[in-house]
Ligand binder design. Sequence first.
Ligand SMILES: [Zn+2]
Length: 418
Amino acid sequence: MGLLDLSRKLIMKASAIRAVQRIDELGAISETDDGLLRQFLSQANLRAAEKILEWMSLLGMHCEHQADGTIRGILSGSNPTAKPLLLGSHIDTVAHAGKYDGALGVIAALAALEDLLESGCTLPFPVHVLGFSDEEGVRFQATYLGSRAVVAGLDESLLSCRDAAGDALRDVLERDGWHDGAAHFRYAPGDVLGYVELHIEQGRVLEEAKLPIGVVSGIAGQSRISITLKGQADHAGTTPMPLRRDAMVGAAACVLAAESLAHAHSPLVATVGQISLSPNVSNSVPESVKFSLDFRHPDDEQRVELLDLLSHQFHQIAQQRDLEIHWQVVQESGAVACDDFLIEKISRAAKKVTGRCLTLASGAGHDGVMMQQIGPIGMIFVRCLKGLSHHPDEYCAPEDIAAGIDVLVEFLNSFHEA
Ligand SMILES: [Zn+2]
């Protein structure tokens, strides 16, 4: 450790040092020895939930859990019947995960409350800290199960989803759920002052800007398309180039078209991440290629417009190469805007702590997508090393974590003065 790092560490508050230790402690709770994994309704997920409840009770919070493993700590404040402000994030992880994604949001919220309590501040409204048991959707291929459950409940179609072992969510919940003393918490629209989540950025915008903290303007809308191009399989040695109907070359042109469009229309991002071809042998001209397109933009109108444009380009490419094209929309979710008032409050808090503040859109989905059904949402992003996430090397510097906690404290202080 260099002298500068050491001095930064020395001036860190006890709450921030504890938060960093807790990240490590929670990061050690895993289903597998081979990298971090905490899926929905796994023993590791429940153990992590128990650990966080322990920390919540140290703050004197009223602690509860649901059968699905989502947890809640309540700090009543001076007016326990007032509408609460919700803080938190998710406690599940992907496979070979990093230890900051999700966990930091819950741990930082507790650290901020610890600082407030220590300074003698009593908030005039209750704060609920939530730890959602599922956001990543790894086990049942359905995202936001934890936050979905507290705002809308899990419907029949979700309860019928099956995991890789073939077990239905309904049965797994019955068998492995945390039923002992379980509460059932729900929020209806208008029940809350808002939901504020701190999360690692999972991108490189803050790192490029040399800033520890950013304020999220909204969560990008997303389209997922499955495209199939069909040409003709031919002998790779005997078919002259002008006579070919090569689906793979058509797909390559499409991938480049998607890339050019995204470059020309920032902040659009477009990714072809999955591809399969047939017959997939080295000496045949490919007959058909199926590939995915992940297409995201913070503005829904522009996303739809640009996707139309790209669809038109793909059809042109297919026509020029005498290929059939099948374009299928697999999934579509609208953009979610963060609340202007919360953005303003978080920005001011961030400026106070770090000197300046950057507003950026989130390309990744977050629990706010669900929580905006019941009230305004706000998000604080914390810089992470190289933007790396969903990876064991995911890293967030202790001083950035400390800055994130300070921003939350400033935000909470200014929020109740509003
Ligand atoms: Zn996350």
